[in-house]
Structure formats: C-alpha cells, structure tokens
Design a protein around this ligand. Structure first.
Ligand code: GDP
Ligand code: MG
Length: 210
C-alpha cells in the first residue's frame, strides 16, 4: 500500500547566480570588495583575474555598440586587469544590482552614498563594479567570462519547481513519512541512511547464478 504523504511540499528556494566584475578603477581595492561581498552573504562560486582585449570588451558590451559612450567604455574596460566573479544567493541578480546603486558613480555618491558604486566608483564611465541586469544576461555573461568551466544553469522559476516536484519531493515526502512513524533517536542519520537505501536512482543489484 502506498503511504499517504503527511507533509506538504517543501517551499521552493531558488538560488540565483549573477556575474559581478571588479572593474579597472576598483581592482586595486579588490580585497575590500571581496570582504564586502562576503559580509553581504553572497557565495563566490568562481573567480578569475583577466585583462580584456578591446574585441572582448566590445563583445561583452555589444548591446551598447553605437552609443556615444561606447568608445570610452571599451577604452576603460581594457585599460587594466579586471576580476570577474560568479556570485550566488537567493535573488542574487536584483540584490547585487540594488547594492551597486546608480550606474553613474557621481550620482551614486550624491543619491545613494551607501551604495557600492558610491564607495568604489569615480564617474559616469569608471563606476567600479558591474552586475548582470537579468537572468538571461547573467547566464550569458557567466559563460562569457568562464567559458572553460562547465556552467550548467541553476534551475530557475518553474524549471526549479518542476525539477523538485519530479525528482526530489516524492522521495523526500516518503522518507519523512517513514521518519515520523519510526521516530528514531537521531533523525538525520536515520534519514541519510533511508535515502541511501531507498534512492530510486541507485543501480539495481541483480543476483546472477554462477
Ligand atoms: P550598468 O548595467 O549599470 O553597468 O549600465 P549600462 O549597461 O547602461 O552601461 C554599461 C557601462 O557603460 C556602465 O557601467 C558605465 O561604465 C558605462 N556607461 C553607461 N552609461 C554611460 C553614460 O551615459 N556615459 C558614460 N560615459 N558611460 C556610461
Ligand atoms: Mg548593463
């Protein structure tokens, strides 16, 4: 007989990734930026220091091609090393953008003095830090900076819900149902063992006659 689940589905917690860049004008303060990032409780999943060629800088900022500020932006971005960072947290993309403050660092200093661009930036172009502006931009920019690493997308939104509902929740619910009947002394060790014993993806051991 199938056990009736007695626990509701667990809430879906979606961790996002975003691409941050410590730009040329802030790279000499990289240690301080990293301290800020950690104290804001972002996880740093990947990081690299690199120098963009003008072509790479133009590709990265292709959406701004043709704008008045494009040449100065490219000159700035290839003028020195940068540090690219993959940050992860719940709602990382929007939270990091909010922490950066206005694009123009002069405005940031006036209107959002606690923002990171107020702290690390200098002017309209040299604004210290970058942050992806959407989920799709983040995925593109992470691939751009970390093309050699395997960057499987973290499941997001409905995909995350579907994944958990199809692959995780049924087994977990069954495990928790058994757990609440058994009431073991050490529930987590019991749960870990139950999951090992009942993992539906475990290869089946079949007896073979000699
Ligand atoms: P972001 O997403 O906040 O970084 O801003 P944008 O995507 O609009 O612009 C990309 C980068 O170009 C900014 O971070 C600045 O370095 C630079 N930039 C943007 N707008 C201007 C502008 O109006 N003038 C100048 N000089 N630079 C700009
Ligand atoms: Mg942008």
């Amino acid at each position: 007989m199938e056990d009736t689940p007695i626990f509701p589905d667990p809430p879906v917690v979606t961790v996002e990734r975003t691409l941050a860049i410590i730009k040329p004008d802030a790279v000499h303060r990289a240690d301080e930026v990293m301290e800020d990032i950690k104290s804001l409780e972002f996880s740093i999943l990947n990081q690299r220091r690199l120098r963009l060629t003008p072509e790479q800088a133009s590709d990265f900022y292709a959406e701004h091609y043709g704008k008045m500020f494009f040449p100065s932006l490219i000159a700035y971005m290839q003028s020195a090393d940068i540090i690219a960072l993959v940050l992860a947290k719940r709602d990382a993309i929007q939270e990091w953008r909010d922490l950066l403050g206005p694009t123009n660092a002069v405005r940031a200093k006036q209107e959002a003095p606690d923002s990171l661009r107020a702290k690390y930036g200098h002017d309209q172009t040299r604004n210290g830090l970058h942050g992806s502006d959407s989920y799709h931009t983040a995925e593109r920019e992470i691939r751009f900076m970390f093309s050699e690493s395997i960057t499987e997308p973290i499941y997001h939104g409905q995909d995350a819900t579907d994944y958990l509902q199809s692959k995780v929740n049924p087994v977990l619910t069954k495990a928790l149902t058994h757990l609440s009947k058994q009431k073991p002394e050490d529930p987590l060790t019991w749960l870990a063992q139950w999951l090992l014993d009942n993992n539906p993806n475990k290869p089946k051991v079949t007896e073979v006659d000699p």
